[in-house]
Write a protein that binds this ligand. Structure first.
Ligand code: PEP
Ligand code: MG
Length: 889
């Protein structure tokens, strides 16, 4: 194997091996763009090192060979005393993990070469500043010295000189600081700062490898669902300097606005600064457009390069660059992160520009982004007290209590509080606080600051660089213009789409995208915004492409109508037990508890007309589309009075000598029916088989409702679904009774109803005997909630609160199997049952109605295994449509 690639050897498709940064540096090199020469150590080398604890034997020789070539190209040697080659050692994994792993700059400086650098650059201050940065970065990331010790020493040096910014320190001060820094290293790390440049480089490479398994990196990967076994590549790149004076600088740029998708000049530039200064948001930058005034030649060249890159990648790119004494260098590019709204707009813009086709456009957006666009926004007409405005870094409307540190953010959010994390600027240590918060507000930093980049990645609302807010994290408060003080716990509202910051709770209004799906905003109309236009077109692309049909889980006409507006092609699950919550619950309770035939008949008679009316409304709402009605499936504990509460009531009545016969009778019945494990108890088809007349009453209600709709010239398409079937015998008994009732209704009304009868597959035994079950079922609908519960043996009501956090933390699974289908376990049962079912009955209709039906990743799986439709809650229908289209690309 080859562990090291020169930038001239790689290309953008080698991200697995070279990481994103390395692959794109190679791509830019091959495009003839000005990239400082260097080489990339592969992720394979990292994996070998992490697995065995040792670097692969060949690595050292390969690095030597590539370093020799680099030195020859540059005409100087690493750390050479009179004219040193300096390199940066940067991490770069397949997926971008901003700031989560290590980077060391200025490798090659030593007590000797710092003098050479000073002479070559003609700038003492610059050389000593570079050296102190190296010791500081190296000490912290490679040798594990507490970074604050360096910060404190730097502050002390500034204080001693009575200055406030680093740039006011002179060469002599920095020289003293270097001595101080070296002492810190010696005491804290127990060794000298290495003077041998090659040793510096080798140690830095190892530190980057190790940083793959740092806590921050691991947490970030869990959050972003990045696999833990990819490893990082390491880029060794010759240094160029943005801090060599006013004709030098460093910046970041986007080929389009990552917030709106508009073409133009977007980015930040910082004169006389080194790379990390911009991303860290430490000093305030100027807009990129200013560069035209500062250095027209470099600006024009940069614009040219940006156009080249966008046409080459056919997408929005983001870029890091440095100008060293008037010479432009490209340090990084990648297909840039963008807001959800911009993703939709850019995809359609690129189609219009003829750069990509519809199918490709679908790969540029995803269901999670669409879901994000369906969040509400702040009400413009509300009376608000705006106290500041920062940069709209990541859209959304967030309201919560102000907290000023990550620890509190996590603590408060665990106890159910909504919080806004307010910081001067964030750094990677704030990650868990950012995850816990509703939104993030900073007073410093631009669109490319840590807070902005990470928040956008997480889809979290963020306003950054709100400079007029004075954040005092030590005293946990923020002073707003005019002097009002926001204390920890005060409610604030932030708008990540406008950058506005408000005191108190601002009311929110629905998103325009939801207004569009609801039919209240029309694409093409004057007031329709660009975003709605783009979403409308992308949905059309998806609908043209997808094979999967999308249905809704809905139990009433209102939900059904909304689902239909959102594009549902039927109802995949009407849970009839939901029709008996509230007032009607008592009727079901009475039915379950009835001990005489007469009582039972009585309550069934009460239920029939109610059920029939429910169905009439549902069929009307869904006229012409299939409606799958599931017969009653109530876990008994959800329908019976609570046993403890009832016992107390009885005891109380007894002690007060009040009449309590009814309560007593109820208590006895509840005792009789009490189950230790109701989820595995008397529910679904079991209940139907045990309580005579229950299922037939429901079938009769369905049949009569369908007949009534037919008589009214409607087009009802009812499908009757039997829950929790484990064996074909259960289904056969229910079917026989149902067929009889349907025939009776058909006879009595003189209509042919064409009702189909099918089953849920939600028990492992049903999946394993699907071939037999298909004999008696015209369709299957996979109940992946119960199937996940029974395949894993996880109680769906309990696990999320009990041990899932530990499981997620230990990486046993990256996401709850109740959220995203467990392909290997539950998924293989689905696959197997689908196949066996279709072998028995080739026209067997297959769907899924568990929560997974609206989960993006699961939708792709259901497409792959050949289901006919997915069914999900009304609000997730657009997401399912989009993902079904994406799955078919
Ligand atoms: C299921 O089990 O996946 C299902 C859809 O049924 P319920 O959630 O009502 O048990
Ligand atoms: Mg179920």
């Amino acid at each position: 194997v080859k562990f090291v690639y020169d930038f001239t050897e790689g290309n953008k498709d080698l991200k697995d091996l070279l990481g994103g940064k390395g692959a794109n540096l190679a791509e830019m090199t091959n495009l003839g763009l000005p990239v400082p020469p260097g080489f990339t150590i592969t992720t394979e080398a990292c994996k070998t090192y992490l697995d065995s604890g040792e670097e692969p034997a060949e690595l050292r020789d390969e690095v030597s060979a590539h370093l020799d070539a680099l030195e020859a190209k540059m005409g100087k040697k690493l750390g050479q005393a009179d004219n040193p080659l300096l390199v940066s050692v940067r991490s770069g994994a397949k997926f971008s993990m901003p700031g989560m792993m290590d980077t060391v700059l200025n490798i090659g400086l030593s007590d000797k070469s710092v003098q050479g650098l000073a002479k070559q650059a003609g700038d003492d201050r610059f050389a000593w500043d570079s050296y102190r940065r190296l010791i500081q970065m190296f000490g912290k990331t490679v040798l594990g010295v507490d970074g604050e010790l360096f910060e404190d020493a730097l502050d002390a040096a500034k204080a001693a000189k009575k200055v406030t910014v680093d740039t006011e320190l002179e060469a002599a001060d920095l020289k003293k600081l270097v001595t101080k820094f070296k002492k810190i290293v010696k005491t804290e790390a127990g060794r000298d700062f290495p003077q041998d440049p090659r040793e510096q480089m080798d140690l830095a490479i190892k530190a980057v490898f190790d940083s793959w398994n740092g806590d921050r990196a691991k947490l970030y990967r869990r959050q972003e669902r990045i696999p833990h076994d990819l490893g990082t590549a390491v880029n060794v790149c010759s240094m160029v300097f943005g801090n060599l004076g006013p004709d030098s600088g460093t910046g970041v740029a986007f080929t389009r606005d990552p917030a709106s998708g508009h073409q133009g000049v977007y980015g930040d530039y910082l004169q006389n600064a080194q790379g990390e200064d911009v991303v860290a948001g430490i000093r305030n930058t100027v807009p990129l457009a200013e560069l035209e005034r500062i250095d027209k030649k470099s600006y024009d060249q940069l614009m040219q390069i940006m156009e080249t890159l966008e046409n080459h990648y056919k997408d929005l790119c983001d870029i890091e660059f440095t100008i060293e004494r008037g010479q432009l260098w490209m340090l990084q590019t990648r297909v840039g992160k963008r807001t959800a709204g911009a993703a939709f707009r850019i995809a359609t813009q690129l189609v219009d520009q003829g750069l990509i086709d519809e199918a490709e456009a679908l790969t540029r957006v995803n269901g999670a982004q669409l879901a994000q666009l369906m969040f509400p926004r702040f009400d413009d007409s509300a009376k608000v007290e705006q106290v500041g405005r920062g940069i709209a870094a990541s859209p959304g409307a967030a309201v919560g209590k102000a907290v000023f540190d990550s620890y509190t953010a996590v603590k408060w959010s665990r106890s159910g509080e909504k919080v806004i994390l307010i910081r001067r600027e964030t750094n990677p240590d704030d990650l868990d606080g950012m995850i816990a918060a509703e939104g993030i507000l900073t007073s410093r930093g631009g669109k490319t600051s840590h807070a902005a980049v990470v928040a956008r990645g997480m889809g979290k609302t963020c306003v950054c660089g709100a400079e007029e807010l004075e954040v005092d994290t030590k005293r946990r408060r923020m002073t707003v213009p005019g002097g009002h003080v926001v204390e920890e716990g005060d409610v604030v509202s932030i708008d990540g789409s406008s950058g506005k910051v408000y005191l108190g709770e601002v009311p929110v209004v629905p998103s325009p995208v939801v207004e569009y799906f609801e039919g209240r905003m029309h694409p093409g109309a004057d007031d329709a915004d660009e975003l709605v236009e783009a979403v409308h077109r992308m949905m059309a692309f998806a609908d043209r492409k997808r094979r999967l049909r999308v249905r809704a889980n809905a139990d009433n006409a209102e939900d059904a109508l909304r689902a239909r507006r959102f594009g549902a092609q039927g109802i995949g699950l009407c849970r009839t037990e939901h029709m008996f919550l509230g007032d009607r619950r008592e009727l079901v309770e009475r039915l379950i508890l009835a001990d005489t035939e007469a009582e039972r008949e009585e309550s069934l008679k009460g239920l029939l007309p109610l059920q029939k009316q429910d169905f009439v409304e549902l069929f009307e709402a869904m006229d012409g589309l299939p409606v799958t009605i599931r017969l009653l499936d109530p876990p008994l504990h959800e329908f019976l009075p609570d046993i403890t509460e009832l016992s107390v009531r009885v005891a109380l009545a007894e002690s007060r000598q009040e009449p309590h016969e009814n309560e007593l009778r109820l208590l006895q019945a509840v005792h009789r029916l009490h189950e230790q494990n109701p989820m595995l108890g008397l529910r679904g088809v079991r209940l139907g088989l045990v309580i005579p007349g229950l299922f037939t009453m429901q079938v009769r209600a369905i049949a009569e409702a369908a007949a009534e709709r037919k008589a009214a010239k409607g087009d009802p398409r009812a499908e009757i679904m039997i829950p929790l079937v484990g064996t074909v015998q259960e289904l056969e008994i229910v079917r026989e009774e149902a067929d009889k009732v349907i025939a009776e209704v058909e006879e009595a009304t003189g209509t042919s109803l064409k009702l189909s009868i099918g089953t849920m597959i939600e028990l492992p035994r049903a999946a394993l005997t699907a071939g037999q079950i298909a004999e008696a079922a015209q369709f299957f609908s996979f109940g992946t909630n119960d199937l996940t519960q029974t395949v894993w043996g996880f109680s769906r009501d309990d696990v999320e609160a009990s041990f899932f956090t530990a499981y997620l933390e230990k990486g046993i699974f990256g996401v709850s199997p109740f959220e995203t289908i467990d392909k290997d376990g539950v998924g293989s049962l689905v696959k197997l049952a689908a196949k066996a079912g279709r072998e028995t009955r080739p026209d067997l209709k297959l769907g899924v109605c568990g929560e997974h039906g609206g989960d993006p990743e699961s939708v792709h799986f259901f497409h792959e295994v050949g289901l006919d439709y997915v069914s999900c809650s009304p609000f997730r229908i657009p997401v399912a449509r989009l993902e079904a289209g994406r799955a078919a690309v």
